[in-house]
Design a protein around this ligand. Structure first.
Ligand code: SF4
Ligand code: SF4
Length: 364
């Protein structure tokens, strides 16, 4: 006999997040038929929709298929009951970030707007404390020089240690996620991830090939690629900047190739994020509903990019507000880099783990 253990609280959360009338799903299966990514055997998202309607949290959290979905929206477009399966799967992923967050309070404060002041207060207090310890908790005199405000050794050292600490904690949640996926397939013997699969992952990550099958949201792939490569470029430039600091070649001149590359990356991010934000604001029918965690991620990355540009201009122009802008920029860095595993950006870890697991159980 089937043992169903509904979790009403979870169902209510899912309903609210996805804005879907879950129980109106009539199990017609259209969504699974149109989904070009669903495997032939036990395809998604029809089965997830019935589990969602029944509030079967244990089937949905730690469900590998939820992470094989790329939120193209095709299933929602073809759903005769308008119960938005794409948004339901996206909401399950969002609840997963909170569920697997270690320590749990970080998942909580980053998933609800009411906790935003606390999420902001943590970096403000910690960065201020570091500046105090470095003896630079004041606005320096003279031309703008950010290293007088936050000495590079302190900045690079403290941010590296804090990031490693947060990611270290988050790893235990990710290990639990992997274990939960495994529990849903106890009968299957795991196979090793093949070299060919690794190449496929690489191709998928670099070219976002899974977006190709998307028919409802054509611009998504372009926008995602812009954000993806813009962010990678920024990381490369940041690493170069750290090396320049160590070798005493910092700050970079305006026409330094890496400086130019950083500005190109900023423009790519603004364009990609602009498209994503526009689609979420003005094309809700095709792109589905957006909730707090979607906006937190998009707005934080947008503010990070804009404040990064302003910090640069402020230095060249010697703006009096330069150091305030710089402080704000560091908080944005905290939200995007240090909070990463606990926000929507965490999908980079979750999806990769799910893809390798799917491969190891032969679920291509
Ligand atoms: S979510 Fe929509 S398309 Fe999918 S089974 Fe339910 S009613 Fe049919
Ligand atoms: S959103 Fe796209 S990938 Fe996800 S289940 Fe629906 S059709 Fe499949």
């Amino acid at each position: 006999m089937l043992d169903i253990q509904p979790d009403i609280k979870f169902k209510k959360q899912l309903k609210k997040l996805s804005n879907s009338s879950l129980n109106e799903c009539m199990q017609c299966g259209n969504c699974s038929v149109v989904c070009s990514l669903a495997p032939d055997e036990k395809p998604f998202p029809r089965k997830e929709m019935i589990w969602a309607g029944w509030g079967m949290k244990e089937n949905l959290i730690g469900n590998v298929d939820v992470w094989l979905c790329y939120q193209c929206g095709d299933c929602s477009t073809h759903c005769p009951r308008d119960v938005k399966p794409a948004d339901v799967l996206a909401s399950i992923r969002q609840l997963s970030y909170e569920h697997y967050a270690k320590p749990g309070f970080l998942g909580k404060i980053l998933s609800k707007p009411v906790w935003l002041p606390v999420a902001l207060l943590i970096p403000i207090v910690i960065i201020s404390a570091i500046l105090y310890l470095a003896g630079t908790l004041q606005i320096p005199d003279g031309d703008v020089n950010y290293s007088k405000f936050f000495p590079h050794a302190w900045l690079n050292g403290s941010f590296t240690i804090i990031t490693l600490l947060f990611y270290g904690f988050a790893t235990s949640g990710l290990i639990k996620f992997r274990k939960d996926m495994r529990l849903q397939f106890p009968e299957i013997k795991l196979k090793k991830v093949s070299f060919k699969s690794l190449l496929n992952f690489k191709r998928e990550i670099l070219l976002h090939t899974n977006f190709n099958s998307c028919t409802s949201q054509k611009s998504r792939k372009f926008a995602h690629l812009l954000v993806f490569y813009g962010f990678i470029l920024l990381l490369v430039v940041t690493v170069f900047a750290i090396i320049a600091v160590i070798t005493h070649n910092y700050p970079l001149k305006f026409f330094n190739p890496f400086k130019i590359l950083g500005n190109v990356a900023g423009l790519m991010l603004i364009l990609g994020l602009g498209i994503l934000i526009y689609n979420r604001l003005f094309r809700k029918k095709e792109f589905g509903s957006s909730n707090y965690t979607d906006w937190l991620f998009l707005v934080s990355l947008f503010l990070l990019t804009i404040s990064g540009g302003l910090v640069e201009i402020a230095r060249f122009q010697n703006w009096s507000l330069a150091y305030h802008l710089y402080f704000f920029h560091l908080i944005c860095v905290w939200f995007i880099v240090i909070y990463l595993p606990y926000t929507k950006f965490g999908h980079v870890f979750y999806r990769l783990i799910a893809l390798t697991f799917a491969n190891s159980i032969g679920r291509e």
